[in-house]
Ligand binder design. Structure first.
Ligand code: ADP
Ligand code: MG
Length: 254
């Protein structure tokens, strides 16, 4: 069964930019039903690692596996495998409601008949109702229920980032990659983000969290990979990683 394999795995990933060894032989394996943190100092190669995993960058060496199968080489083929990355800058439909933004994510997944939608067939209306209920539940997880009918553009920065996560999940990924999602969030919004990640994990998703808010990561993640200078310097559960001398040095020794 597919659960024997990591949901997403990179083996020996290498990506150099001219003389900069941004990613220099990284191994990382993310299991379904876990939150997996990728942490490290600024410029250590976290985002580039994820860009290798999602095929945004062509690899100089190494391989990527999705549920044990070699990943296709092109970035555009990756979302179809259920691997979704949320970027740091929100790309919402600001002039549409919060709820409509979530429904947009769902439509992409269900791809239900264009014709059924145009003709407003009963099956379409039933599905639309089910979609609205699912969207409302997702918004409740994110603490955004009260905003469902506001324009997305009226949300705070943190709420927009939470909505971006909800919308990404609405598309039904098996692996959700979040690049520094806690940046600029209030403490209450960071709590909501943590709740969202736990909820999705408990439903079997693999959540990959790139963060430099170390406390947030330590409290949330099941596994952590620490990268420094393009190399993995430690990996394991938070209790082990946080006491690792190499990790302490990477963060404190500069
Ligand atoms: P992190 O996400 O850990 O802050 P990055 O993966 O963004 O680090 O960057 C790792 C290193 O690679 C840095 O030295 C950065 O300047 C360099 N780098 C990242 N992307 C590029 C690029 N597209 N072109 C050239 N250098 C890059
Ligand atoms: Mg980065």
């Amino acid at each position: 069964p597919e659960t024997d394999h990591p949901a997403l795995e990179g083996r020996g990933l290498v990506k150099h930019f001219g003389g900069v060894k941004a990613v220099d032989g990284v191994d990382v394996a993310v299991r379904a039903g876990t939150v997996h943190g990728i942490i490290g100092p600024n410029g250590s190669g976290k985002s580039t690692t994820v860009s290798c995993l999602t095929r945004f960058h062509a690899l100089d060496a190494g391989e990527v596996l999705v549920f044990g199968e070699p990943s296709p080489a092109k970035a555009w083929q990756v979302p179809a495998l259920g691997v979704t990355r949320v970027f740091q800058v929100p790309h919402l439909f600001e002039q549409q409601t919060v709820l409509d933004n979530v429904l947009t994510g769902m439509r992409r997944r269900e791809g239900y008949g264009w014709l059924a939608a145009v003709l407003r067939l009963p099956s379409y209306r039933r599905r639309e109702r089910a979609g609205r209920e699912a969207a409302a539940r997702l918004l409740a997880f994110a603490g955004l229920s009260g905003r469902a009918h506001r324009l997305a553009g009226s949300l705070s920065h943190g709420q927009k980032r939470l909505l971006e996560v909800v919308r990404a999940v609405a598309s039904g990924p098996r692996v959700l990659i979040l690049d520094e999602p806690a940046t600029g969030l209030t403490p209450a919004e960071i709590d909501a983000l943590g709740r969202l990640c736990r909820t999705f994990r408990d439903r079997g998703l693999a959540v990959v969290l790139i963060e430099h808010n170390v406390e947030f990561v330590m409290g949330l993640c099941d596994e952590i990979t620490v990268i420094d200078g393009g190399k993995v310097i430690a990996a394991g559960p938070p209790e082990t990683v946080r006491r690792d001398p190499k990790v302490l040095e990477a963060y404190l020794g500069r």
